[in-house]
Design a protein around this ligand. Sequence first.
Ligand code: NAD
Length: 495
Amino acid sequence: MTRKVPVFIDGEFKQSATEQWIDVTNPATQEVIAQAPVTTLAEMQEAVASAKKAFLTWKETPVSERARVMLRYQALLKEHHDEIAEILAGETGKTFDDAKGDVWRGIEVVEHAANIPSLLMGETVENVARGIDSYSYTQPLGVCAGITPFNFPAMIPLWMFPLAIACGNTFILKPSEQDPLTPTRLAELFVEAGAPKGVLQVIHGGKEQVDFLLDEPAVRAISFVGSVPVGQYIYRRGTENMKRVQAFAGAKNHCVIMPDANKSQVISNLVGASVGAAGQRCMAISVAVFVGAAREWIPEIAAELAKVKPGGWNDKGAAFGPLISPQAKQRVEQFISQGEKEGAELLVDGRNCEVEGFPDGNWVGPTMFGKVTTDMEIYKNEIFGPVLCTTEVNSLEEAIALVNANPYGNGTSIFTASGAAARKYQHEVEVGQVGINIPIPVPLPFFSFTGWKGSFFGDLHAYGKQGVRFYSETKTITARWFESDIADASGPNMT
Ligand code: NAD
């Protein structure tokens, strides 16, 4: 019998009463490895009631005790690192190294959450008026919820619930229905780390379950990561319902290559950053912008890109795995055909890719287009596949103008040996995360993940100090004590 993914409600992993199940498949073989429940209304209501109840005691739990849960959780995640990565590789198709990276980047956020006592420290000013002091506290919101995408089933849930819970909130997670096994394992280990009953709940499903969370009055804040249309929808409906919402969405990330850049670094970094994880990363480099004479490297980059191959998760020679679903593969191949029709130069064609031993996998090989222009659909859309578009400009100013005209603003990078060019780029580019000679500049968790423009809807970003502020309220106290009330040695002041 196919394994049924449990819901995690009120401290129990249990089989949903639903009659609707979603197949979870291995993208390299199409084998159905599990089924995720379309969680029922009654179960979701139970999850909310349990999260509300748990909040009453969890918010009073001393902050150092909350931090200790995170310390134990970090140790357990490290201990089970490879086992989680294997589960993750089985349902996403990622290579083992990539799957381990997905888990590791999540562990780093748990480490950040373990610092919660100092992260929660407020501000104080003495004598704001004569004998009057002001100080602020950071208090939790209540029940928070997270909706996560398929492409980082360990890292992205871990962006959310550890920090929200360390702040004193309780949390309902609705992970992607395409890879729910990894988040389930994360929840099991969280229980083992000592998280009390009801502090975390995990429900499964799709739009209907998300709509429930968006409309449920007890849910105070929603964190979302996923595609642009869904992100916009969640931001609109969540804020319409007066909730706090942070929605991280799609991207089109440019890498600018100056002619003075280190050529071998450019080639190896571009290959990994564009087709790694089959291009299914919101920070993947999908457009390379060659400035001036750097365009002469394009044929060499195409030759290197053509050498890398996709393969099974434990194939050490594989650079990346399959796409998540047959629909995703079809969509990417359609974009490749469209690029050809639009007049871009197809330098490397990843269509009709075959991998020995996996005849049914959702394979697309490395793909590269030359002479891409900004009016082409392959430029305007996030392809989310192993496809690198390249374009050519004559100056750094032109490159900056091109990047700034793009509606997305998640990540970008510049490769150059000139500090002045790098300084100009970092200062003028309208993108929230900038790499200098680093292709995928994902900030570590003591900073925040700061996408801009069409890649983010909201105000406060994920993790770092901003994550703490997102999951908390600030209470400011102004206090006056009367010296005349101080009891002296003879007893209380009776005047
Ligand atoms: P998706 O938007 O299809 O799904 C994300 C989540 O939303 C899932 O849990 C899904 O069940 C739910 N959902 C799907 N359709 C819905 C609807 N109509 N109404 C309500 N909820 C719905 O995204 P995906 O395909 O899982 O993930 C890939 C996307 O995520 C890419 O666009 C990628 O760029 C983006 N992403 C962004 C970041 C970032 O930090 N900016 C990080 C990772 C992924």
